[in-house]
Design a protein around this ligand. Sequence first.
Ligand SMILES: [Zn+2]
Length: 355
Amino acid sequence: MIEPEIIERFSRQILVRDIGVKGLAKIRKTRVAIIGCGATGSAQAELLARLGIGFIRVIDRDFVDISNLPRTYLFKYEDAKKAIPKAIACAERIKEIDPTIKVEPVIAKVTPYNISNFIKDVDVIVDGTDNLLTRFIINDAAIKYNRPWIFVGVVSWYGNTMFIKPDKGPCFRCLTPTRLLEREEERRGACEVLGVVNTVVALTSSISVTLLLKYILGLKVDYNTLYIVDGKNLEVNKVKVNKNNKCIACVYRKLEFLEGKKYLEGNIARICGTNAVEIIPYSNITIDPKEFSKLFSEETIVALNPYAVKIKVNNEITLTIFRDGRAIVEGTIDERYAWRIYEEHVLNKLNKRGT
Ligand SMILES: [Zn+2]
């Protein structure tokens, strides 16, 4: 039984053939996890929320930055000013759109070790990431827990998306050779140089959410089709992808990424498309942003919220530290320099405070 207010809200959607009240009920029962809430993740989040998806979990490690605003959805200028984590800003906006949606923000980096917590209790996984390694981890987890997921990737004028149901069609490893990971550094560089057109984000995200909607409604979804969006020539091309009968992941079920065997990313990594480096400490560090901010002079605090504190280190560099000790150093892509800043402003301060 759907409440009258919900029926009224979705009255135009119910009119659509193949949706109806039955379809609406299916949509509202659906649980989705969106991994990464940048350009494509936020676009998909907004579409899914307005569609009426019943439960949305948003997992993202980063905070809203002013340079995100031209190509993201949901986020406001204020979110960037206050350095609000993307997962939190996204969840707040979804609640504003529709308070009946259950939305769960998670501020975390998705790794082989935590991904199962995020996907075990959902029906579909949505790719909102900007990196290949996370997609391989999602792919392994999707195979292990038998969950469909939607791959989405956008760069420059071009977008790719594919509905992946590993038990029925090809998986991401059938489609993408892992040797591309070795060129990840190069690829990251390309991303910074090439940028992203926001309409291509919208086009590609619309296709991905349409695929998801069709799946929820029980309409035919082609699990063998990669959609390639050419935003410049305004063409969408469909490419047939075959299952690799020798696929190590979906055929032989060797889940190397999930087992951590191919988890190549170090503790320090440049973030795609930004002038920033992310640092994940080896040891278990927990900070209280408010308490931690007291270790710095007031004029160096750029933003303070319950999730993180952002500090101005010098004229070029800012440092944002999250509750779990993870940090983002902005203003440099030099990983060693970023680490020195982290050592000086986080580890040394914590040590001094401890003695
Ligand atoms: Zn495969």
